[in-house]
Design a protein around this ligand. Structure first.
Ligand code: JB2
Length: 205
């Protein structure tokens, strides 16, 4: 499968590494920064060029943009556009990740090295379950959410669309994180976080 990557910064390096390990041929990067260089992978244009690139150099597209603020940054727009143009949007899951047999993972989602998605959990489209993150049993992680490096969601947690859980944060069982909420790195979340809220440290409502 030939794939183009949208966004050529730090997160793209992680995505490209896993994609290549899965045998995906990375044929180009699109990025608003046209002066970008990316080793042996050519920067072939900007987002406006994506319709023209489909079928020419790639059939699939990967989301290389990681965290650029709450609400999923440009990821929702990119996902919707790429889908409308007709690109395949495979989930990119590292071979070292542990995914339960009955877990479900949506399109264009990235699951990094040594991440865990445990039994009966459901992960939406274009989410990031980053390196060493743990999503325990019966969790729901909605589309465009981002579970950062080493964060832990205990059993039965729900994370709303576009929400961000920072590196190393721990969310105890059955807590709900609202849409577009931000949980700071290293936080301990003991009670529900409202939609759009930003919490850090020990949060108990
Ligand atoms: O709308 C866009 C767009 N907006 C920014 N379309 C496309 N195609 N690309 C876009 N970009 C590009 O994404 C920027 O021009 C830049 O090249 C790249 C973002 O790179 P950066 O390294 O700043 O962030 P990142 O999102 O790759 O990585 C962040 O998130 C990761 C999850 C960092 O915080 C990493 O440390 C973190 N691991």
């Amino acid at each position: 499968m030939r794939a183009i990557v949208a966004g050529g910064g730090g997160h793209a390096r992680s995505v490209i590494d896993v994609a290549r390990s899965l045998g995906i041929d990375i044929t180009g990067i699109v990025d608003p920064d046209v002066s970008l260089t990316y080793g042996s992978i050519p920067v072939v244009g900007q987002d406006d060029d994506l319709p023209m690139l489909l079928g020419t150099i790639a059939e699939a597209a990967l989301l290389g943009v990681g965290y650029l603020g709450g609400g999923g940054g440009p990821r929702p727009r990119l996902f919707n556009d790429l889908s409308a143009f007709g690109y395949e949007l495979p989930a990119i899951i590292d071979a070292s990740a542990a995914i339960a047999q009955d877990a479900t993972i949506g399109e264009a989602t990235f699951v990094g090295k040594h991440a865990v998605v445990n039994a009966a959990s459901s992960i939406g489209n274009a989410t990031i379950i980053n390196t060493h993150a743990v999503v325990e049993h019966d969790c729901i992680v909605d589309s465009f959410a981002h579970i950062s490096v080493g964060a832990i969601l205990c059993g039965g947690v729900s994370v709303g669309r576009g929400a961000f859980v920072g590196a190393g944060a721990t969310v105890i069982q059955r807590v709900s994180i609202g849409e577009n909420a931000i949980v700071g790195a290293g936080s301990v979340v003991l009670s529900d976080v409202p939609a759009g809220a930003k919490v850090m440290g020990v949060f108990h409502g």
